[in-house]
Design a protein around this ligand. Structure first.
Ligand code: HEM
Length: 232
């Protein structure tokens, strides 16, 4: 079960890196984000959007998410006494990795609720992904407060998760002679990565909010790229 939790965690963590870069293409311009969204719909292969492809991808990610969350429940404090013991232990030890684990549980708990809202919308409305469509959802449908909290929760949880995986399975340990040094380097890399994705995510969210507030009078209108698409 630990292996399965690690494997689903790794898959979700790597997915989030890719996902953030695709969502952030709005920073390269509306046409760039339009092209990426159409790509996932098979538009450039079938000549028309196949929304079922996106729903199938979301269903796959949602399944990984539910399996990972169910397995992670085994690690949650089973009662208030265990929770108190951990909190007291954490305060006494002031050991960074012990404190990180506590916030891993808190952010994991938050993701149960926040990510589910997002995943359900993506599963049921794959036809509303695009520069205007996403911006309308972020601004006029008031998804930005949820995305803001979700962004911090998922970047923190994913970053700590991948760091703990590397420690747990001994990746990057080399000959193991300088385990403390490896741990220190991994921790710096983890915080740098989390910082990078938070900045990218905040800039991206600000971009969708700006486009959404400008587009509010035309809410629901689909984006049409300036240049005609290769299929006319
Ligand atoms: C295949 C599944 C997924 C798809 C297709 C997807 C798609 C998208 C799209 C199109 C946006 C842009 C805003 C919008 O249109 O509403 C977005 C934003 C976001 N998604 Fe996802 N998402 C998926 C899974 C996830 C998961 C599992 C998480 C976290 C657990 C997540 C976290 C976020 C966050 C935090 C944002 C806001 C990004 C920002 O602007 O900083 N997404 N997603």
């Amino acid at each position: 079960m630990d292996f399965l939790q690690s494997a689903t965690g790794l898959a979700l963590g790597l997915f989030m890196w890719v996902h953030m870069f695709f969502v952030a293409t709005i920073l390269l311009g509306k046409d760039a984000m339009w092209t990426v969204a159409r790509m996932f719909e098979g538009y450039f292969i079938f000549g028309r959007p196949v929304y079922g492809l996106v729903s199938a991808l979301v269903a796959t990610i949602a399944t990984l998410f539910v399996v990972h969350a169910a397995l992670a429940l085994r690690k949650f404090p089973a009662n208030y006494r265990q929770y108190r013991t951990y909190r007291d232990h954490m305060k006494e030890m002031k050991h960074e990795d012990t404190t990180l684990w506590y916030w891993q549980v808190v952010t994991g708990f938050a993701l149960f609720f926040l990510a589910s809202v997002h995943l359900y919308i993506m599963l049921t409305r794959p036809d509303r992904i695009g520069p205007f469509e996403s911006a309308d959802r972020v601004w006029s449908d008031l998804m930005w407060p949820l995305y803001l909290v979700l962004l911090f929760a998922v970047e923190f949880h994913g970053g700590v998760g991948l760091y703990r995986l590397a420690l747990k399975w001994g990746w990057f340990e080399g000959d193991g002679r300088d385990a403390a040094g490896t741990r220190r380097k991994l921790r710096i890399f983890k915080w740098a990565l989390t910082g990078f994705f938070l900045v990218l995510g905040l800039l991206t969210l600000a971009a969708y909010m700006k486009i959404g507030s400008d587009h509010a009078p035309f809410y629901g209108q689909h984006y049409v790229p300036a240049a005609p698409s290769p299929r006319g």
